[in-house]
Design a protein around this ligand. Structure first.
Ligand SMILES: [Zn+2]
Length: 145
């Protein structure tokens, strides 16, 4: 998979962190700790995707699509969910999966499972907040009524 070419289609730059460039990357992008660049990825200013050093290269590819996904989330969506971090992370995966499909990227079952778990980890807490909010509203109504 050519991440540079795909990133270019979205007007993004991509940096693959290696032992050779890690010090430079930390400095240039003001990353707080080197450890943040292990099994982790970032999007900076909707321009630079930083792909950390991954023990599993497939997860790195999945993260790459997820970070592109972040750049595709509309302001309208962000406003709609009141900038809810969980729902934005959820949406970034959805958008990222669409990009992966566009480039006919195949995820292994294991990686697909990982993505599903990530989706759930964002979706479930968001749902929980939503359902408790609804209950609260109902209680308030009863008090009023
Ligand atoms: Zn994210």
């Amino acid at each position: 998979m050519n991440t540079k070419l795909i990133a270019r289609d979205y007007n993004l730059r991509v940096t693959h962190v290696t032992l050779k460039n890690i010090d430079r990357v930390v400095k240039k992008f003001e990353i707080e700790e080197k450890d943040d660049l292990i099994n982790n990825a970032f999007i900076i200013a909707n321009e630079d995707i930083i792909l950390g050093m991954y023990t599993d290269h497939e997860l790195k590819e999945a993260a790459f699509f997820h970070e592109i996904g972040h750049t595709l989330i509309s302001e309208r969506f962000e406003n709609m969910v009141h900038n809810d971090e969980m729902l934005i992370e959820f949406q970034a995966w959805i958008e990222g999966l669409k990009v992966a499909r566009k480039y006919k990227h195949h995820f292994s079952n294991k990686t697909f499972q990982y993505i599903l778990e990530s989706l759930n980890s964002y979706y479930k807490p968001a749902l929980k907040v939503y359902s408790t909010r609804k209950k609260k509203c109902k209680n308030l109504k009863q008090l009023d009524g």
